[in-house]
Design a protein around this ligand. Structure first.
Ligand SMILES: Nc1ncnc2c1ncn2[C@@H]1O[C@H](COP(=O)(O)OP(=O)(O)OP(=O)(O)O)[C@@H](O)[C@H]1O
Length: 441
């Protein structure tokens, strides 16, 4: 059965780049009727925080990207220890003692000699007495995985056939001196144990994938299908980072971005398919095709979310906004009418508030000096309440007859006098909702 996962580290608020990964994996599982796992990579105890783990779940739930199963790597430490023993027993895990400074020196020497800075496997040849002597000096050993130095190849779902020479890659460190298992290892153990069949992730992981394919094989597992999508940057090409909180989902939600808008953009951005608003995840899954995505870096501009948010909000049925409208204090008998008039003039649902304030309180009229006499004359002709759908037409016809004005010169000063603005809902529909006559006049 198709099983995918999204495996963020809870070290900050997830951003749109992380969402690209989450959404692609979610859509693959949904399309195949498979399982989507949310896996919190929380083995880094210093940087992982419960509030971020909660935040990730809140962000995904807001978008409807719910999971069939949740896993925390911090619950699986015994299992990683067992898997490490398995690799030690098969001779694939070896202890090393170099300090970061020593490694740096080695790298510099290699580069000076025109050689690639690949770990020289000095630790592999250390006899037990020397290891004991290093420990006696107070050094602590940590553990590297011995790569099989062949080419590692896989057909990537996005970037095509990949072939990496394992000899050009350093044997990865899997376990630190303090015993912390590193991402490369924990995630390979998890992917085997959890039966993950498909992994989509950022192009920052391509080298990891090469080493993980060998780790998974050494654990007796079958490597999943891999695909690496391009990394998203900000509109100016700036990097996104969980730590800095750039373009976080939390901020976008608080700014009033509609979930459907964000999902519709993310499911197509960087692909050959056009971005179109989709009101459900199933509709998004229908047209989703990994092979349509390109490998080149992709810019994300949050401004693109607003036209989609507007389109989505304008599509909402009254029932979906009833509570919000009631909360504004709009009386029940005019709530539906208020929605039908205001919806065409909002982007965010929060924009409903100012429209209701205008209808409830009226606005300070805006009158150009050259229109002062005209507006005074017009307001004197304003029919008594209640105003109906016909009031605007009747009133402007009367004003036209009396003053001889027509067209924009007639309508615009009246709109500005009643609403204080030069734009807004159609005046015919708005007038019955205007609770107050304009404040001055
Ligand atoms: N800018 C980006 N564009 C697309 N995908 C990204 C981007 N940054 C991270 N990802 C993907 O998000 C997934 C989760 O990764 P991870 O939790 O390590 O996020 P991160 O933002 O790289 O983390 P951090 O900033 O904390 O180092 C990975 O699959 C990674 O490839």
């Amino acid at each position: 059965m198709t099983t995918t996962r999204f495996a963020p580290s809870p070290t900050g608020h997830i951003h749109v780049g992380n969402l690209r990964t989450a959404l692609m994996n979610w859509l693959i599982a949904r399309k195949a009727g498979g399982t989507f796992i949310l896996r919190l990579d929380d083995t880094d105890r210093e940087r992982s925080k419960q509030e971020y783990a909660d935040g990730i779940q809140r962000d995904l739930e807001w978008l409807g990207l719910t999971w069939d199963r949740i896993e925390r790597q911090s619950d699986r430490l015994d299992r990683y220890a067992e898997a490490a023993d398995q690799l030690r027993a098969s001779g694939r895990l070896y202890e090393v003692f170099e300090t970061p400074t020593e490694l740096d020196l080695k790298r510099k020497k290699q580069l000076n000699m025109g050689r690639p800075p690949v770990y020289d496997r000095a630790g592999l040849a250390l006899p037990d007495e020397q290891k004991a002597a290093l420990r006696a000096e107070g050094r602590e050993g940590y553990w590297r995985f011995q790569l099989d130095q062949q080419r590692i190849e896989w057909p990537d779902g996005i970037i095509g056939d990949v072939s990496i020479d394992a000899a050009s890659v350093s044997d990865p460190v899997l376990i630190r001196a303090d015993g912390q298992v590193l991402y490369t290892f924990a995630s390979s153990v998890d992917d085997v144990d959890m039966g993950v069949t498909d992994i989509v992730r950022g192009a920052d992981h391509v080298t990891n994938t090469a080493t993980q394919i060998q780790i998974i094989q050494a654990l007796g597992g079958t490597p999943p299908r891999f695909a690496h999508h391009s990394l998203l940057t900000g509109p100016q090409g700036e990097e996104l980072s969980k730590r800095l909180g750039t373009l976080s989902l939390r901020d976008l939600r608080e700014q009033g971005v509609a979930p459907e808008a964000l999902l519709s953009l993310m499911a197509r951005l960087g692909s050959n398919q056009p971005v179109e608003l989709r009101m459900s995840l199933d509709a998004l899954a229908d047209g989703f095709d990994l092979s349509q995505f390109g490998a080149s870096p992709t810019k994300f501009d949050a401004e693109d979310l607003w036209p989609l948010t507007r389109e989505r909000n304008q599509h909402l049925p009254f029932e979906a906004v009833r509570d919000r409208i009631t909360a504004l204090g709009v009386p029940d008998n005019i709530a539906e009418r208020f929605w039908s008039v205001a919806r065409q003039n909002i982007t965010r649902l929060d924009d409903l508030g100012p429209w209701w304030a205008l209808m409830r309180d009226g606005a300070a009229p805006v009158v150009a000096p050259e229109d002062e006499d005209f507006v005074r004359e017009a307001l004197a002709l304003l029919p008594p309440r209640p105003w109906t759908d016909a009031t605007w037409d009747e009133w402007t016809a009367a004003v036209k007859e009396t003053t001889g004005r027509k067209g924009k010169g007639l309508f615009m000063p009246l709109r500005k006098a009643l609403t204080g603005m030069d734009h807004g809902p159609e005046m015919g529909a708005l007038m019955p909702l205007l609770q107050q006559v304009a404040r001055a006049g």
